[in-house]
Design a binder for this molecule. Structure first.
Ligand SMILES: [Mg+2]
Length: 184
């Protein structure tokens, strides 16, 4: 099943403070959670102005968020994650579990990028988002809508998925500190 994701976060060099996570599933289900562990003293004026006022409040621990997300995708052995410029979103989402190697076993290690697909197709204008931006659930729904738009332009590209893991073969089995033969 496909899942369109978005997060809000506070990003500083080498750290990321996850604020909220939204996931919209291909079957119409929606997942939205907020963290109660955000250190707002690190937030920029922009984040305080545009992100914080849209939050529902309350929230839960990052650990509880990770279990909730696993519940949401439970039973799906072949999830495919899509985002829009998702590098930071994916980093934040993966961070809920501790890292790429700690992801639930059936999760791919890669989130596919709406923008990259658009570039492959000549970078057409994507549909405008009419809901308030910078709310993770609104943004995740828009990501699904943008995907749907691209899928109408390029139906044969729509079933793509991320297979496997980042490291494979001899590199995956290499002892720490010793690159495998043939790997520079
Ligand atoms: Mg967003």
């Amino acid at each position: 099943m496909k899942y369109w994701i978005d997060t809000e976060f506070i990003a500083k060099p080498f750290t990321i403070d996850l604020v909220s996570v939204a996931v919209v599933a291909e079957d119409g289900r929606e997942f939205y959670v907020e963290s109660d562990q955000v250190d707002w003293s690190k937030a920029s004026p922009w984040t305080l102005e545009h992100v914080r006022p849209q939050l529902a409040g309350g929230g839960m621990s990052l650990e509880t968020m990770s279990y909730a997300l696993m519940d949401f995708t439970h039973g799906d052995e072949h999830p495919v994650f899509w985002g829009y410029f998702p590098a930071w979103d994916w980093f934040a989402l993966v961070g809920l579990f501790g890292g790429l190697e700690e992801l639930p076993f059936h999760y791919p290690q890669l989130c596919l990028d709406i923008k990259q697909w658009a570039i492959e197709l000549g970078d057409p204008s994507l549909p405008e988002q009419t809901s308030p931006l910078h709310h993770a659930l609104n943004d995740a729904r828009w990501t699904r809508d943008a995907w749907t738009f691209l899928a109408t332009l390029h139906p044969e590209g729509a079933p793509r998925r991320a297979h496997g893991r980042k490291h494979f073969g001899p590199l995956a089995a290499a002892p720490k500190g010793a690159p495998p033969e043939g790997v520079l």
